[in-house]
Design a protein around this ligand. Structure first.
Ligand SMILES: Cc1cc2nc3c(=O)[nH]c(=O)nc-3n(C[C@H](O)[C@H](O)[C@H](O)COP(=O)(O)OP(=O)(O)OC[C@H]3O[C@@H](n4cnc5c(N)ncnc54)[C@H](O)[C@@H]3O)c2cc1C
Length: 529
């Protein structure tokens, strides 16, 4: 069973490795777990529904709690402490396009707002009901999850948009294919959610972001159904898929998506390379990206992130042995880890990895063999479970991300980290901050920062701390002219910073386009703009 107030399956845990709690307490101070509300406590808070009387809509209080929040830090805080203050009035699980159409017509008739719901893994407030007095219907697409068509000749697969990552890959694997889209939330996020939020998978350098993978599909809007044929390319005016990508539920319900798939790779090669200093790692990353060596993944951690990852990963004896070997080669307390992944046929992978390692060596990179890289790929979807354990130990952990051009990346890292590190100085609270370059391009990079601070006994105090940090870091992003999101989307949390990159005209155009599809504003109001 999926956790209702945390990440993932209830039976999966990620115990804190020896010394990890002490490591974090050394950074932010002693922490204490606040009191958790029980599921029953929260169910008792659910108000009477304003959406009764339709056989496809459940108004069950437990169901409404399970669809009330996503995975952002404020969402966790609301659910864990029982301070959640808005719920959908009803939840529907349509099983085909006809039922989606029926539900949209019903919502229109009774003046309800509709929130399309994929896997509920949003980290920016996308699926949270916003109360404006009208009833709220959450439409969960989980029953629309089948492979509808597989066109091997064209390398295209069409799925119901509610399919989750593992089911989608299973269906393709049995045919020898893959989509290769692996966001860290892969286990629960859905194809429709990926399209609606413009998501990016860990191997996007090989397979492409969802924008490149999404070939076409169907969207049911309040005005009717928009069908997007999967042309390989087209010069017939602006591409209508671009309106759907990143539409965040405001345009309509994506019921079907056709994606570009590839034969499964013969080989996957993931390795770690350590550098004595950040400047070496940074220069190597840029050079590897600009040589266009065909890597699937490259992520480069700052010294603080490298130290933190090694402390939280466990395997203390292995980490000590690694530190000793690296110190002999001159990589000590400022060392930085680069993770490199190559996938494809044997010959291409061999050639590309040799090229990348040669560049890394020229920047004093030390290739440490297979263990670290293989361990990372094996446990890449387990890492989010650590968030449950850290919360139980009294620590709040959150991430934020942006992307910018190479000339701005160093200032961006420094600006975000400083904003966060000193964001709670006035409250006498320390913040542990660390960063990696997570998706590296020829023209620049995404910057992904994680921050840890202490939970307070009072949820309002924790929320106020988070607001201060989020605002300070988002302003730093805007100041350095980065995008407010490289992959998580806008939701509610990024709205105040969006106009800085879109401009007044851009915001006006965006709102006008969404209004065209949804004249009465019934689709997921309060998100995106
Ligand atoms: C631990 C963790 C790790 C993450 N890692 C990544 C990562 O590596 N890369 C990344 O890009 N993101 C990541 N995310 C963010 C999140 O997983 C993505 O935004 C994901 O694309 C959301 O998909 P979902 O199906 O859960 O959508 P939901 O959270 O259910 O919905 C998100 C938005 O999409 C809309 N939507 C969903 N389905 C449909 C549909 N069928 N039709 C119309 N609108 C729809 C919703 O209305 C909402 O506005 C992570 C989140 C977590 C919690």
């Amino acid at each position: 069973m999926r956790r209702w107030n945390g990440w993932g399956d209830e039976t999966v845990t990620y115990p804190l490795p020896d010394g990890a709690k002490e490591f974090l307490e050394g950074k932010v101070g002693k922490a204490k777990r606040p009191r958790d509300a029980s599921f029953d406590d929260v169910v008792r808070k659910v108000p009477k529904s304003n959406l009764t009387g339709h056989m496809m809509i459940s108004c069950d209080a437990a169901e409404r709690v399970r669809h009330a929040r996503g995975q952002s830090l404020p969402d966790w805080l609301a659910m864990r402490t029982g301070t959640v203050d808005s719920f959908p009035d009803g939840v529907a699980h349509p099983s085909d396009d006809g039922e989606v159409q029926t539900l949209l017509a019903h919502a229109q008739q009774v003046g309800a707002r509709v929130i399309p719901y994929g896997g509920g893994t949003s980290v920016v407030g996308h699926i949270n009901p916003k109360t404006d007095g009208q009833p709220i219907l959450t439409m969960h697409l989980d029953r629309m999850n089948a492979l509808r068509d597989f066109d091997e000749r064209s390398h295209l697969a069409t799925f119901g948009a509610g399919v989750m990552g593992p089911d989608l890959e299973d269906a393709l694997r049995s045919r020898g294919y893959t989509l290769g889209h692996y966001p860290q939330s892969f286990e629960y996020a859905t194809l429709g959610g990926w399209v609606a939020t413009r998501s990016s998978g860990q191997e996007s350098a090989k397979y492409g972001r969802i924008e490149q993978l999404f070939a076409g599909g169907k969207v049911w809007t309040p005005r009717g159904m928009l069908e997007l044929p999967p042309f390989p390319a087209s010069a017939a005016g602006p591409d209508l898929r671009e309106m759907v990508l990143g539409s965040e539920g405001r345009m309509g319900v994506i019921t079907e998506a056709t994606v570009r798939v590839q034969p499964r790779p013969e080989r996957e090669w993931f390795r770690a390379v350590f550098f004595p200093e950040w400047s070496d790692a940074f220069a190597a990353a840029r050079e590897i990206a600009q040589e266009r060596l065909g890597y699937a993944m490259m992520r480069v951690s700052t010294p603080i992130e490298t130290e933190t990852m090694l402390a939280l990963a466990g395997h203390k004896r292995l980490a000590n042995a690694l530190a000793w070997v690296l110190s002999l080669r001159g990589a000590t307390d400022k060392k930085c880890m680069m993770l490199l992944g190559f996938v494809g046929d044997h010959a291409t992978v061999s050639l590309a990895r040799r090229g990348a390692l040669a560049i890394a060596r020229a920047h004093d990179g030390i290739h440490v063999g297979r263990l670290v890289g293989e361990q990372w790929i094996k446990s890449r979807f387990r890492a989010p479970y650590l968030r449950n354990t850290l919360w139980d130990a009294g620590f709040a952990i959150d991430t934020l991300e942006t992307a910018t051009t190479w000339d701005r990346v160093p200032n961006m890292v420094e600006g975000i980290e400083n904003a966060l590190r000193h964001g709670l100085d006035d409250d006498n609270q320390k913040v542990h901050v660390f960063t990696h370059l997570s998706h590296v391009y020829a023209s620049g990079s995404s910057v992904y920062t994680t921050y840890v601070f202490r939970l307070a006994d009072d949820p309002e105090v924790t929320l106020a701390r988070w607001r201060k940090l989020k605002d300070a870091a988002s302003k730093a992003i805007v100041e350095q002219r980065g995008t407010i999101s490289h992959q998580h989307g806008v939701g509610t949390d990024h709205i105040p910073y969006l106009s800085a990159e879109k401009g007044e005209l851009g915001m006006g155009a965006l709102e006008a386009v969404m209004k065209y599809w949804d004249p009465s504003g019934m689709m997921n109001p309060g998100k995106l703009f």
